[in-house]
Ligand binder design. Structure first.
Ligand code: CTP
Length: 406
């Protein structure tokens, strides 16, 4: 059991903290909610007490014999602040301790995750920018906010990331406290994710079982590590776009290639996590194919372009000079060799810098939330990727990518 403190700032997004508290309690964590006084203007104390099963106070003078302003922070395994308002981050950055939440932040020695929510102007104000930098310098993780509709008609960066995304990053910090350094600031990273679909007619397609989860995790963690991320998404199982990530949707291998080639120009790294169809029907029927109209086995197929190999070729031609290229390989062993034998051959064939290798089949890798495998480097390095969340695997891949960036 992990002791989690959910701190709630006084912003309209405070209502979303209820879903976050719920997520922690239903996964077996012991939760204490510490709202600011103004957060209680948005959500009542009784709601937080009922959801967490624990008493809720905002000030340092309640329950004094228990010294909660020191003890709660000392005993916590994780502190998550959602929403983190501009005012709350300003107070935390300057080390104030004028309520229970800020006092707790001063005594906590565990990972601290801030999930900001405010209007775009407030997020971009130099005072907030400086406070965020200070909090990060003090070791806290301050998430990139989501882009999108804010309260009222305005849109822009400043939206609270979805509770599920905050929860996922919090769990990543539990697996690995140093999984989200700000080492990709100023970098441009392109990630492809999900499976492609090659249409046969308006109803049917050739597709694959890729869920997109591993690619989305890579995009999410890279963005939270400071990169400007473009996620080129094929078919996924309805995943929410990660906060702070630009998403381009595509369907076919051909569309994926056009989008990847376009966004790869000038990028520091391209990560091809997408499961690209190798073949596509030569003819796409304009109307639904009727049972009687085709013979079984009569669908003619042609090869799709190999996007990864194309990127490597473009780099050889000088078009993508300095861009690091990462491939993925989902392998099953067969009579010609085991998973790693196939993967080593694939790395040599594709010519990329890193190859992330997953053994697939028997409920592994596809659609599930956990993953493991190996990371093969063009320089001959082989790193075993221990079993963990797809976000953890993403953080390990990004660690290995760092030294390859120009
Ligand atoms: N890939 C690609 N374009 C394709 C097929 C694959 O860019 N047309 C990329 C994938 O995104 C992945 C890597 O190549 O990063 C390996 O994909 P995989 O399907 O394992 O490779 P294939 O070359 O198709 O090899 P296999 O013969 O095992 O199917």
């Amino acid at each position: 059991m992990t002791r989690v403190i959910v701190g709630v700032g006084g912003g309209i997004a405070a209502y979303k903290s209820c879903a976050l508290v719920r997520r922690f309690t239903e996964t077996g964590h012991e939760v204490r909610v510490i709202p600011t006084e103004s957060a209680l203007q948005f959500v009542g104390k009784a709601t937080f007490e009922a959801l967490s099963g624990n008493p809720v106070n905002t000030g340092v003078f309640a329950d004094v014999p228990e010294v909660p302003h020191v003890r709660l922070g000392q005993e916590a395994d994780l502190v998550v602040i959602a929403p983190a308002t501009a005012d709350l981050m300003a107070r935390a950055a300057s080390g104030r301790a004028d309520d229970l939440l800020t006092a707790t932040l001063l005594t906590a020695r565990c990972p601290v995750l801030f999930a900001p929510a405010m209007h775009t102007e407030m997020w971009e104000h130099p005072a907030t920018v400086a406070n965020v930098a200070t909090l990060r310098a003090h070791g806290a993780i301050v998430m990139e906010p989501a882009h999108g509709r804010l309260t009222g008609a305005d849109t822009g960066p400043g939206r609270l990331p979805e509770p599920e995304e905050i929860f996922g990053l919090a769990m990543l910090l539990q697996e690995r406290a140093d999984a989200i350094p700000r080492d990709l600031e100023g970098r441009r990273v392109v990630v492809s994710a999900g499976g492609t679909r090659e249409p046969l007619d308006p109803v049917r397609f050739l597709g694959n079982r890729s869920s997109g989860k591993q690619g989305y995790a890579l995009a999410r963690v890279a963005a939270q590590r400071g990169a400007h991320v473009t996620l080129i998404a094929g078919n996924t199982i309805g995943l929410e776009p990660p906060a702070g990530v630009e998403v381009v949707h595509v369907t076919t291998a051909e569309q994926l290639k056009v989008a990847v080639d376009k966004h790869a120009l000038g990028a520091d790294a391209v990560i091809m996590a997408a499961a690209v169809a190798d073949f596509r029907p030569v003819n796409v029927a304009a109307a639904k194919i009727k049972k009687g109209a085709v013979e079984p086995n009569s669908i003619e197929l042609s090869k799709t372009p190999d996007i990864l190999a194309g990127l490597v070729q473009s780099r050889r031609d000088g078009l993508l000079a300095g861009t690091a290229i990462v491939g993925f390989a989902a392998e099953t062993g067969d009579e010609h060799g085991d998973v790693l034998t196939h993967a080593r051959a694939k790395l040599a064939r594709k010519g990329c810098d890193l190859l992330v290798v997953n053994a697939v089949g028997e409920g592994k890798a596809f659609e599930v939330d956990h993953n493991d495998g190996w990371l093969l480097g063009a320089d001959g390095t082989e790193i075993a990727l221990d079993h963990g969340s797809k976000a953890l695997l993403a953080s390990r891949v990004l660690d290995a990518l760092g030294p390859l960036l120009r």
